[in-house]
Design a binder for this molecule. Structure first.
Ligand SMILES: NC(=O)c1ccc[n+]([C@@H]2O[C@H](COP(=O)([O-])OP(=O)(O)OC[C@H]3O[C@@H](n4cnc5c(N)ncnc54)[C@H](OP(=O)(O)O)[C@@H]3O)[C@@H](O)[C@H]2O)c1
Length: 340
């Protein structure tokens, strides 16, 4: 048996949208850097909190125009879709700004800091009739379309288990240590293992969760480890850390086999299908890291081109469900954000 082939669209199969990039930090630069060489998507404009940084960012990110406020960016007539790339606590307000201006919006992960805020944003987008999605880039990657087909085709049988971790070190000045920006291991990192489990188990509902967490010196969550029961014999063991450089691998297992997804499981890369009889299939692709961000932009362009308000690859209900699982893990050890 050979592995399925990815069904993700090619760059020429979708309309070329004019993107407005709201916030000009690290991920904005990665996103624009991925669009330019791989797609015909245009970075039409950037919006920053000051005119000076907007001008600098436009040159750096290859944008056609620059706006010194987010309000001006979302109002710009040359912008079709706004990409929100600010720190987590600002996502909801920044996305609402775009929605109220009648713009489609792609919101960096995590969509919001908790499920309640995420639900509010999803409802606003649905009421306005604009396209809205969380930029959970993992689920838009070709590798994950191949995995989706294997799961749907029953290659693993009945799913039983997801094991995933994500951990890395950051410079001491990184915003991830800032309690005022909802820092800590959950929203930047934990969102990936939690998304993997909820994505793999589909419509399963979290039944119970046990967990433990520790605090870093700045007071944010340094790490967590959680055991989750999604019912129907489906368990997940998930962890994330900013205190240790964890393997960042994942396994999805079932009654007929398992998938071992290699380090940096959430990025482009490789995995192995191991069947119950011991036979194996290997999926490989170049591990291009954040250059793979362009796939999420292509999916947004495909959906907008087809008049869809959501992507079936990451419906807003799935995003809110992931946030509610993250809320439940945080509640096991009393983790709260100042902005909640
Ligand atoms: N998909 C991924 O792989 C990935 C990777 C990293 C981060 N992210 C997500 O992207 C978001 C941004 O992360 P980042 O690493 O790009 O952050 P960053 O480098 O700190 O950039 C954030 C940008 O947001 C704007 N901003 C608005 N209010 C701010 C405030 N109070 N403090 C700091 N910046 C503020 C700033 O742009 P202006 O000054 O131009 O207004 C800043 O450059 C996060 O939610 C994160 O989870 C996703």
């Amino acid at each position: 048996m050979t592995l399925p082939v990815s069904r993700r669209p090619g760059a020429d199969a979708v309309p070329a949208l004019r993107w407005g990039v709201l916030g000009t930090g690290w991920i904005a630069e990665q996103f624009c850097g991925a669009l330019h060489p791989h797609t015909s998507q245009r970075v039409a404009a950037v919006g920053s909190r000051s005119p000076e940084s907007a001008q600098r960012a436009a040159a750096r990110l290859g944008a056609e125009s620059a706006y010194g406020s987010y309000a001006e960016l979302v109002a710009a007539p040359e912008v079709d879709v706004v990409y929100v790339a600010t720190p987590h606590p600002m996502h909801v307000d920044n996305a609402l700004l775009a929605i109220e201006a009648g713009k489609h919006v792609l919101v960096e992960k995590p969509f919001a800091v908790n499920a309640e805020q995420g639900r509010r944003l999803a409802e606003a987008a649905e009421a306005a009739g604009v396209f809205c999605a969380e930029a959970m880039w993992t689920v838009f990657l070709p590798k994950f379309d191949v995995i989706r087909q294997l799961l749907d085709d029953g290659a693993l049988g009945e799913l039983t288990t997801v094991v995933a971790d994500m951990g890395e070190w950051f410079d001491p000045g990184h915003r991830i240590f800032d309690p005022g920006l909802a820092g800590g291991a959950m929203l930047d990192l934990g969102t990936y293992p939690v998304t993997l489990a909820t994505w793999a188990f589909g419509d399963a509902t979290l039944q119970t969760v046990t967990g433990a967490g520790t605090r870093s010196g700045s007071g944010v969550m340094g790490q967590f480890s959680a055991g989750l029961d999604f019912g129907g014999g489906r368990l997940a063991s998930l962890s994330a850390s900013i205190e240790a450089d964890l393997p960042t691998r994942a396994t999805i297992a079932g009654s007929r086999g398992r998938l071992d997804i290699d380090r940096h499981f959430y990025r482009p890369g490789s995995f192995t299908l191991v069947r119950r009889d011991g036979s194996q299939e290997r999926y490989t692709e170049e591990a291009v890291a954040h250059a793979g961000l362009f796939h999420e932009a292509l999916e947004v362009a495909r959906c907008i081109g087809e008049g869809l308000a959501q992507t079936p690859l990451r419906p807003l209900a799935a995003t809110v469900d992931t946030l509610s699982v993250m809320d439940a893990i945080r509640a096991t050890h009393g983790d709260e954000f100042a902005c909640e």
